[in-house]
Design a protein around this ligand. Structure first.
Ligand SMILES: [Zn+2]
Length: 391
């Protein structure tokens, strides 16, 4: 059953009727990979020097600047540094150079065999689930950082030389009454087809902040912000039928906005509404949501407040044969939320529609870049994809 708000005529309905970027999203993003490549700067090779654009890296360690250029606003997570040190030590011990290939900083070759044996043993030796999650996340992030260095653009996460789309992106100021949190699965970090990254590329990292699942420094920053904001200012956007969700209209509509607490006070930055977006594949999202619920219980003794999109989800159901959170990409969901808020009294004069459109434009640019890349690499796009593009 659709919430009552779904029946209301929305002026931005065009966004859902003509979403060239969304209709073929899942088709275009699949199987993006690239040939193996070798990590240039390593500790074990004294002759190896960082390429010019990474000259500040020095001996191959990750600096705070390098880390933050990828998107996070946090210090470098300590577990990530530990894993990088372990990888460098292993490289020295087995006298095999680290090499990476494919998308997402996957280790390749002989080094991979050694590393797999080692990380499995480390993982098994950890006896509590929390440590296992931290190790898993840190290893994913460490490999992605090293494997993408000098290869991906640090801003748009696309191959630097060929596909960087940064010059085309148009940043936009997000109304300060809203702050997005992109709760990203480690496997989505530095993934070329991830759309969560578009949020901070467009709105800036303090209006749209990255929080990586299982990275304790990130989760701590996010939950501290939630605690100081208070439960009434925190909402998770998650279209799970099994969870108790509220529509945007129900949460922020006229009746609710009669309550002074709901409409943010712009004179105080702490008054912003915090919207949490789960940025992972469908299968990973369930575990991520479970973790958020547990954290909410431990902080507030209550479930995490959830909202769902009325227009976005219902219309997207019609557009896609197998709708899922995965295909309703994160950036499009955030845009949908801004469009729905724009319709409500109390939110209509903050330019939210323009901000949502800026995000949608960015999704289109990303999909264009990914499609161009695919064609250049000699991969055909499916008939279904071509159909969607010409529409
Ligand atoms: Zn770029």
């Amino acid at each position: 059953m659709l919430p009552a708000a779904a029946n209301k005529p929305f002026s931005h309905f065009k966004h859902f009727l003509h979403p060239p970027s969304l209709a073929f999203y899942a088709t275009v993003i699949s199987s993006m990979d690239s040939p193996p490549r070798f990590l240039q700067p390593t500790l074990s090779s004294s002759a190896a020097r960082s390429p010019p654009r990474l000259s500040d890296i020095g001996d191959g360690s990750i600096t705070l600047q390098e880390w933050q250029r990828w998107g996070p606003v946090s210090p470098i997570p300590s577990k990530v540094l530990e894993v990088i040190d372990e990888l460098k030590l292993l490289e020295k011990n087995v006298d095999t150079q680290m090499s990476f290939g494919g998308s997402g900083g996957k280790l390749k070759g002989d080094f991979r065999t050694h590393e797999e044996k080692k990380h499995r043993a480390t993982y098994l030796a950890l006896d509590d689930p929390e440590s296992k999650i931290h190790f898993y996340a840190a290893r994913q992030i460490a490999c992605r950082l090293l494997g993408s260095r000098g290869y991906l653009c640090q801003k748009c996460w696309l191959p630097l030389e060929e596909d960087c789309m940064c010059s085309l992106l148009k940043p936009c100021t997000l109304w300060p009454g809203i702050r997005f949190w992109i709760y990203m699965h480690p496997k989505d970090f530095l993934r070329q087809n991830n759309t969560g990254k578009l949020l901070w590329q467009i709105f800036g990292p303090h209006s749209a902040t990255l929080c990586i699942f299982g990275i304790s420094e990130h989760e701590e920053i996010m939950w501290n912000a939630f605690k100081s904001a208070g439960k009434s200012k925190v909402w998770c956007l998650y279209p799970n039928k099994n969870s108790v969700t509220t529509s945007v209209q129900e949460a922020f509509g006229q009746e609710s906005s009669a309550n002074q607490d709901i409409t943010p006070n712009l004179t105080n930055a702490d008054e912003a509404l915090n919207f949490l977006l789960i940025d992972g594949t469908w299968s990973n999202s369930a575990a991520m949501f479970r973790r958020l619920k547990e954290q909410s219980q431990s902080v507030w003794g209550e479930d995490l407040p959830c909202i769902s999109l009325a227009t976005g989800v219902s219309t997207m159901h019609k557009l896609r044969p197998q709708p899922s959170w995965d295909r309703t990409c994160t950036a499009a969901a955030a845009a949908g939320l801004l469009f729905e808020l724009q319709e409500l009294i109390g939110f209509s004069c903050f330019g939210l529609e323009k901000q949502g459109e800026a995000l949608e434009d960015a999704v289109s640019l990303l999909l264009d870049a990914l499609t161009t890349r695919r064609l250049r690499m000699g991969r055909s796009i499916t008939r279904k994809t071509r159909h969607a593009i010409t529409n």
